[in-house]
Design a protein around this ligand. Sequence first.
Ligand SMILES: Nc1ncnc2c1ncn2[C@@H]1O[C@H](COP(=O)(O)OP(=O)(O)O)[C@@H](O)[C@H]1O
Ligand SMILES: [Mg+2]
Length: 327
Amino acid sequence: MIQIEKLRKVYRDRGRAVTAVDDVDLTVADGEVFGVLGRSGAGKSTLLRCVNLLERPDSGRVTVAGQDLLALSGGELRRARQRIGMIHQHFGLLSSRTVAGNVAFPLEVMGVPRAERGERVAELLDLVGLADHAGAHPAQISGGQKQRVGIARALAGRPKVLLSDEATSALDPETTASILALLRDLNRRLGLTVLLITHEMEVVKRICDSVAIMRDGRITEAGPVRDLLTAPGSELARDLFPLPAHAPRPGSTVVDVTFEGDSADRPFVSALAREFGIDVNILGGAVEEVGGARVGRLRVELPGGPEENAARLAHLRAQGLTVEVAP
Ligand SMILES: Nc1ncnc2c1ncn2[C@@H]1O[C@H](COP(=O)(O)OP(=O)(O)O)[C@@H](O)[C@H]1O
Ligand SMILES: [Mg+2]
């Protein structure tokens, strides 16, 4: 488990202070893929770098696998860091070394004996699907393959936790999908806890169990993805399902309906129209696949004001749908 408490990091630059991480609390459960989603400059990289103390926070506490990292001595911290792998947007490979040589590098630093090293490198390359490219140099492989080398290298110390800083941001959509699938697979097979930061909704949709939204150094919303998508007022739901603007007409009520799981398979619009004998006007909406399940959001216009619609909204809610009257 990763626990971040009251974390704060301020950069001071020629008399100017930038609070990059502002009083952040975050809990990542063992074995989950947790995403921090936010725009550039939100403080995501700083937050991530505080989790392995590449960046020293000004205050707060970081606990990884039960260890309070800020309380560790130099040697203890080095050992704790070996159990925290990290991958980056620009891979950071050594161009003069082969693929195998890049993966061997952290093992050399850890003092793993040469004989053992060869075996471990082969095992790691196999794990990321690069067994056939051991002798290639970084310049000879694709971006996706470079990131696979980065992942193999990050797993060298048999970490329990993997940190990912925009690992797919430099990749095309298809390669992104294959790298995300690999991360999900490693998460399941190795029981790896993954904390990733991204500005891409696609990453959240594909592999995150939980997500936190970060803005101006603060977490504005956090929780399991499926819960957030059906929570009234959720920023994640708004971002994932942008709905067209509407000009409310007098005598009608505009309602946003979010559906997921079983409720996604029921024709609730036609059922509502039939049940109450009304016309339902669909203004917009979308259905997305999130974590392998269908989730959707629809904006509809119902005749009549709020009082007239109370029973109709209750009828929708009784079916497990999330219903919000549009502002
Ligand atoms: N080493 C640094 N020195 C001064 N300011 C920094 C440094 N690193 C980041 N910042 C500032 O901190 C804020 C958060 O940056 P960062 O953590 O990189 O955000 P993100 O990864 O979400 O784009 C930004 O305003 C950035 O300019
Ligand atoms: Mg960043």
